[in-house]
Design a protein around this ligand. Sequence first.
Ligand code: GTP
Length: 408
Amino acid sequence: MRQFSLALLRHISSSTAPALTETCRLHSWHCFTASRPQYRSIVPPHSCQHTRTESTAASQHIQDLSGPEQRLLNKLYDGLIGGQRASLAECITLVETQHPRKKELAQVLLQRVLAYRREQESRNGGKPVAFRVGLSGPPGAGKSSFIEVVGKMLTGRGHKVAVLAVDPSSCTTGGSLMGDKTRMTELSRDMNAFIRPSPTSGTLGGVTRTTNEAIVLCEGAGYDIVLVETVGVGQSEFAVADMVDMFVLLIPPAGGDELQGIKRGIIERAELVVVTKSDGDLVVPARRIQAEYTSALKLLRRQSKSWNPKVVRASSQTFEGIPEVWAKMEAYREAALASGELQGRRTAQQKVWMWSLIQESVLCHFQNHPGVREALPHLEERVTKGAISPGLAADLLLRAFSSSSSSQ
Ligand SMILES: Nc1nc2c(ncn2[C@@H]2O[C@H](COP(=O)(O)OP(=O)(O)OP(=O)(O)O)[C@@H](O)[C@H]2O)c(=O)[nH]1
């Protein structure tokens, strides 16, 4: 593990450093190594290292890998960059794995793909190559029907479309909220589309991490539009809003009760609200909902200087409004790119992503700590019986964790 961390660190020191000034880079490096003597033997980030290409830097990891591991990673990387769907699926399976060594391999692969993506972005004038859109809405809002028609329309226009799902229920029940039914049947047969359901187990933190990583992989495989779908339950919508360029809320033309479940906080995050199923008898209620949401959005604090959130109607059955919805999404992207907000949003998301990784891994470390594991059953029992407060139990567990961690 330590050897792998060193390899990764060596790569990070050379591949992320160009963004920093030389002084800042060296200062950060010395601050970092001051408390970590084990890393001092690694060459500090230095400008002469940046003349190497990203791929050369990335291949440094490969030296730490066994022959079969190198071959596997090369095969996956070449297949992915070559746009092969089977390789993309295999790469996503690798980032979803719980196996410790495979997790390390996945990180090496991701570093290579990220380096490749950076090269592409610099050729694109520093602008992101792909457009990431998050789509959320209550169960039955018409999300999969909408993604199916929009996806088909976009592949028809020459785009490559990837659809990723974040299903909060997969973390507890094994994935029932987004339905076990076959979704988006036509799009799944389209050679220019790639659909990946949510992993069927794990924590929401784990699922969002792997979705973030899957986005990077899809972009590496040449998908220029990545749609991330989630159901409007729990925190998954906020997690998705934190990983995309644009967040779209889909609302069915339903009565008040069904709309109760839509959280106010998430409406504030939406750049676009689409009232779905605006056809036949549903046109009248769809218009009413559109008017209600338009007034509601006016009262909310404006999130962006370059874009005013909009409310539109569309029908996946009649196709009415679908091209217009996409035109609004493109208009948003252009405005956000021109103002620099999109690039800023992505930069901020990198930090959110890093902290969610830290949270997940610290929690895992805590739960697997021998002192915590020993004390946990007894303390949990005392808390459930009301013998001690949850706060005291948490304090005792944290003490068990930190005292034996520091003596290790
Ligand atoms: N009239 C009409 N019905 C629609 C439209 N889009 C979807 N529906 C119907 O609404 C129901 C739910 O549609 P889905 O696309 O499965 O909705 P979803 O939000 O993906 O649902 P979950 O998978 O349960 O989260 C289905 O019975 C669809 O046939 C539409 O544009 N018009």
